[in-house]
Ligand binder design. Structure first.
Ligand code: ADP
Ligand code: BMX
Ligand code: ZN
Length: 292
């Protein structure tokens, strides 16, 4: 099998051989549709003879089409026929799964303990979420379940009310995504800063960067508490380049201390790190086939 992870910022690809990744490669996610189609075509040429294609993808998928919930990320994905496009290129069956749902499944399978109810959160270009409930991946109608990035946040961004690309106001994604960290820092300082620069400032003790990261962490801590109140979570795993950046998880755990003990769900770093989506979709396709 070949596995793909298509995110807002990067595309990762690998061969999935006996439950492990081989020949992993990564490219930047191109901005426009034409460049994106050519990039995928080049990947298909470099990774032929897939047999099956497992795809962890940003957005909401029914297994056939893809919809960007945040239309600012990929504007041409609104019921886009992703599976037929990939099927034509690879000439094999294609399985689509939301990227955070794939990562949740990867973390669940990789965890020896197999927690009953697990929430995976990716803090990346956007904020994504995936749920494993009662030991099964919960995708919901049209694959929307777990989209915690689009639940509104009582903790607002530092640059004021923010309209999310999904059409709602003050979603968690407007406070704690890589794009949100960059937007707030750029607005406050007047200098163009990406998320990595905000973390560099955070580690150097810059007060603006400290406030941006601690506000994002508090918003995530509240969102975890809200999800816990609804679902009864045993554990939360955090991934994505922002989630995995040094200091982020520690700041979320510190923010949880301001909440009643009942809502302080154990938060851990994704064991599979940046490969949780690729590995998760590999396991998911494997187990779907054995259950057929
Ligand atoms: P994707 O969203 O494509 O899955 P990532 O998980 O890499 O990709 O998340 C991309 C986001 O993470 C971008 O906003 C980017 O600026 C930010 N980012 C990338 N590297 C770092 C880093 N070292 N520290 C903090 N943020 C980072
Ligand atoms: C957005 C949404 C989710 C995705 C999450 C993380 C889009 C295109 N994606 O909330 O489906 O899981 O981002 O995705 O609307 P990433 O691109 O940051 O990895
Ligand atoms: Zn939103």
């Amino acid at each position: 099998m070949v596995v793909l992870d298509i995110g807002g910022t990067k595309i990762a690809v690998a061969r999935w051989v006996k439950g492990a990744l081989r020949d992993r490669k990564q490219i930047v996610m191109p901005a426009g549709e034409g460049e994106w189609r050519s990039a995928i075509q080049s990947i298909a040429e470099a990774f032929p003879d897939a047999g099956r294609l497992g795809v962890a993808v940003t957005g909401s998928t029914d297994g056939h089409t893809i919809k960007a919930i945040n239309q600012n990320v990929i504007s041409y994905w609104n019921g886009y026929p992703l599976a037929p496009f990939l099927q034509e290129l690879w000439g094999c069956p294609v399985f689509l799964l939301n990227d955070a749902q794939a990562a949740a499944w990867g973390e669940f399978v990789a965890s020896g303990r197999r927690p009953k109810n697990l929430l995976f959160i990716t803090l990346s270009t956007g904020v994504g979420g995936g749920l494993v409930l009662n030991g099964g991946l919960f995708m919901g109608h049209l694959g929307l379940a777990g989209h915690v990035g689009h639940v509104s946040s009582s903790v607002k961004a530092l640059d004021g009310d923010s309209l999310c690309g999904c059409g709602r106001l003050n979603c968690l994604e407007t406070v704690a995504s890589g794009a949100a960290l960059s937007r707030q820092a750029t607005h406050i300082t007047g200098a163009n800063m990406d998320a990595a620069a905000v973390f560099a400032g955070f580690h150097a003790g810059d007060p603006t960067c400290l406030r941006i990261i601690s506000t994002a962490a508090l918003a995530v801590a509240h969102q975890i508490a809200d999800a816990h109140a609804t679902l009864g979570l045993e554990e939360v795993r955090i991934g994505g380049s922002v989630g995995l950046a040094a200091g982020m998880i520690e700041t979320i755990v510190a923010a949880q201390k301001s909440l009643p003990l009942l809502f302080q769900v154990p938060v851990r770093r994704a064991a599979l790190q940046a490969d949780a989506g690729l590995i998760g979709v590999g396991h998911w396709v494997d187990q779907m086939e054995t259950s057929l």
